[in-house]
Design a protein around this ligand. Structure first.
Ligand SMILES: [Zn+2]
Length: 296
């Protein structure tokens, strides 16, 4: 697989996670994310070597294992400096926090320690500042896309928008039905932000590169509002969070048959409940050793 250039110095390596590749100098390259594992890391290093250079910096969009899991491999092979968003950087340095966050903050069991949830630790050399920063002489514009993770960031370089996971492609939504979310209100605001970003090209974390994100952003926005609506509708009868979760997942026929799938959506439903509570749309109390939620 070789790097596909969209402008003179900005390109990407297509894959399960698209890896951004930016030429910073004759033989110096910046990666935006690295991919899931050792294999993706080696692939990125090799692709840059084929361009006659080496990776000098890694800019990470957010702390999900499929995006930063190969950082360790790339750093070991090239000595690259790692730039990461604040907050998310804690998970990048201590990846056990990711499955732990999904598992109610506790020590996660073996089922949640697979490669997709538990990456190798990556060093973080610099926290990415707001607005813009420079890496190896390249100006990178920073766009807050919080919500999918606590502090997910997007980047614009030479008219190319690296949009991380702000808008998942239709194929991914069809497969998982409800995507993982950390904060629903932030995510909806970030969708608005992303809609207003002007770019010649958009390189999403997953899926095809395109000239505009408008259609897929709209699809993601509608789904989030629909899930919030259904949850509210089911909460017409006071219910436990677990009952609400089961009803919503069932109504979407969500493919939740193992622990990783369940524990990605468990906090997601809680994220929706927080959002509805902030809106004054649901209320909650503790009764019979359970949290009960109801529509106001
Ligand atoms: Zn993600």
């Amino acid at each position: 697989m070789s790097v596909e250039f969209l402008t003179e110095r900005v390109g990407y390596l297509p894959g399960a996670v698209n890896v951004g590749v930016i030429r910073a100098g004759q033989d110096r390259f910046i990666l935006i994310d690295t991919g899931l594992n050792d294999t993706s890391g080696k692939k990125a290093v090799k692709a840059v070597q084929e361009l006659g250079g080496t990776v000098t910096s890694i800019v990470t969009t957010h702390a999900h294992a499929d995006h930063f899991g190969a950082n360790a491999t790339v750093v070991k092979r090239t000595g690259a400096r790692v730039y990461a968003p604040s907050v998310d950087e804690a998970v990048i340095r201590y990846p056990i926090l990711q499955p732990s966050l999904l598992y109610a903050g506790a020590d996660p069991p073996a089922m949640l320690r697979g490669r997709f949830l538990l990456a190798d630790p990556s060093p973080v050399d610099e926290i990415i500042p707001p607005d813009r920063f420079h890496v190896d002489g390249v100006e990178i514009e920073v766009i807050s896309l919080a919500g999918h993770s606590p502090n997910q960031l997007g980047f614009r370089i030479d008219g190319v928008f690296f949009s991380a996971d702000i808008a998942l492609p239709e194929s991914v939504l069809e497969k998982y039905r409800i995507p993982y979310l950390y904060a629903v209100g932030d995510h909806l605001r970030s969708i608005e932000t992303a809609s207003g970003i002007e770019a010649d090209w958009v390189v999403p974390g997953h899926g095809a590169v395109s000239e505009s994100l408008v259609t897929v952003l709209d699809l993601n926005r509608r789904l989030v509002l629909e899930v919030a609506g259904r949850l509210q509708e089911f909460a017409a009868t006071p219910s436990t969070a677990n009952d609400l979760m089961a009803r919503v997942l069932q109504s979407y026929d969500a493919p939740v048959a193992d622990h990783p799938a369940y524990f990605l959506l468990h906090p997601t439903i809680y994220a929706f409940l927080s959002y509805l509570h902030t809106q004054g749309a649901v209320e909650s109390a503790v009764e019979g050793y359970q949290t009960i939620w109801w529509r106001t």
